[in-house]
Design a protein around this ligand. Sequence first.
Ligand SMILES: Cc1ncc(C[n+]2csc(CCOP(=O)(O)OP(=O)(O)O)c2C)c(N)n1
Ligand SMILES: [Mg+2]
Length: 329
Amino acid sequence: MPDAPTPTHDQLYAMYRSMVTMRRFDAVVTELAEADRIPGYAHTYTGSEAIAAGVCAALRPSDWIASTYRNHGHAIGKGVALRAMAAELHGRRTGTAKGKGGSMHISDFGVGMLGAFGIVAAGMPIALGAALSMKMQGRDEVAVAFFGDGAVHQGVFHEAMGLAKLWNAPVLFVCENNQYAEATALDYHLHTETVANMAAGYALPGVRADGMDVVAVYQATLEAVARARAGGGATLLEFVSYRFSGQYEGDKQTYQPADERAAWWAREPLTAFEQAAAERGLDAARLERIRADADAEVAAAFAAAEQDPWPEPDELYDDVYVSYEGGLR
Ligand SMILES: Cc1ncc(C[n+]2csc(CCOP(=O)(O)OP(=O)(O)O)c2C)c(N)n1
Ligand SMILES: [Mg+2]
């Protein structure tokens, strides 16, 4: 992508910080899940950090994202507080959903995180709605829906793409093609050569880029964001990565051949970034400090969250149902 702007050193350091924070956060989640110290299912994001970090670096705080059950990276990228996320995972009342949602339901409207949705592809129409709202209000914010390769078989994927075109909505559909949908490999479930070329069926631009390279992700996203802000409508972005994490914490991943994992791991996004650092004029000692700071920040967030209070039993139904004045009509 020759025309895309090269990120500044500060932007590169920030993207690296974002990626290492995601990696560390989910490493702690894995430890906690293995020790049975957090309730409910958790889904980690190891290997796809460049996607969340690169996409979110191309957004403003006032833009919107909608996520999936595999949401920790997206939330961190968009700026949700680590402490509130950690508290949510621990079920504490200081969590983003006051401890009632857990790992699969992180949200924070204050930073543009519309929510994480456990139903595959469910975030797509939600981001589309946010995008339509921005357009109707005459604003230039955009909305992003993150989803996996498995989501392209959901009816709602096709409905959202069709309506996005019809309404010329400022939305980015970001497919994280991590080669697997649960235990099903991509070559078993995908009927087209790429996900990106499905955009043609809806007369939308479809762009495919390396999801292991945070700069490639950033540049592809920036171009789609600029088009959307300028009234040019939606884009389907496909970022190619690998799901090193299990489908859920505890998954034995027997369906992923060891040689396949090893070949992808050789290109994993943090190492790839570190290897390219000198060529980009970045300072190795500063990267090391960033890693140490991120580790300390994540550790402090979880340590503090675990001391936070539980919700009280009489709060059980608070914030669960909407009360309409005069009842539903
Ligand atoms: C509508 C619906 N069908 C089935 C499921 C069960 N399910 C949870 S995750 C998943 C696989 C999704 O794979 P993909 O979209 O590639 O995302 P990834 O987990 O790889 O990030 C399935 C089938 C679900 N959550 N929602
Ligand atoms: Mg997948």
